[in-house]
Write a protein that binds this ligand. Structure first.
Ligand code: B4P
Length: 189
């Protein structure tokens, strides 16, 4: 089994590329953003707590997210591996993930970062906000907070995986198909 982290700022294309990878390689798709939106839709206790946090552009607590991930991994069947999309987002989450994977006798194979500059991601998110139901995609201040949160709490994870020689990156500017081809090359290397 091959477990891969798709990494990058909000709106870099993590979800877009993760879905294509799942179709091609039959990975299990683990998107903490999707999981949290599902909790919100079902008005669960987690969902009620997460909504305001997501709408302000902050991160939901490490404990809540890590527990959701742990349960999901435990239910893994005979997938080819897991595509982690939007997780981990803090150092504490990365350490927790190592702990969970060790417990399952599994290991992260690589982190693939999608590089996109701020101007482009703001444009993409606002564009998506016109058609999606996502309230965090419509307000420019929320989007700027999400980018700021990424720079303060998440970007540091690149170093964590570089130290383990697991870090790779692709240019995230270009067509979805070209970026996908470049990601596949990294996976198949
Ligand atoms: P996420 O759902 O992970 O949201 P995201 O970072 O905006 O999505 P992504 O990068 O996948 O963008 P996409 O491919 O759709 O998180 C939402 C919130 O949930 C977070 O802010 C946080 O509050 C909370 N959360 C999630 N995980 C958490 C965690 N682990 N810990 C704590 N809190 C957590 O692409 C964006 C747009 O660009 C799309 O419209 C797409 O069509 C377009 N696009 C994609 N590729 C393109 C390309 N090559 N060219 C042009 N447009 C492109």
């Amino acid at each position: 089994m091959k477990h891969i982290l798709i990494f990058g700022p909000p709106g870099a294309g993590k979800g877009t590329q993760a879905k294509l990878l799942v179709d091609k390689y039959k990975f299990m798709h683990l998107s903490t953003g999707d999981m949290l939106r599902d909790e919100i839709k079902r008005s669960t206790e987690i969902g009620l707590r997460a909504k305001a946090i997501i709408d302000s552009g902050q991160l939901v607590s490490d404990e809540i997210v890590a527990e959701m991930v742990r349960l999901r991994i435990r239910n893994m069947k005979d997938d080819a591996g897991i595509i982690f999309d939007g997780f981990p987002r803090t150092l504490a989450q990365a350490r927790k993930l190592d702990e969970i994977m060790n417990g399952e006798k599994q290991e992260i194979a690589m982190m693939i970062a999608i590089d996109v500059h701020d101007e482009e991601i703001i444009k993409r998110i606002l564009e998506r906000g016109k058609i999606s139901q996502r309230s965090d995609d419509r307000d420019i201040n929320t989007i700027k907070n999400r980018i700021d949160t990424y720079n303060r709490q998440t970007a540091i994870l690149a170093d964590y995986y570089k130290q383990q020689a697991k870090f790779k990156s692709v240019d995230g500017i270009g067509t979805v198909e070209d970026i996908f081809k470049n990601i596949c090359k990294l996976i198949e290397e």
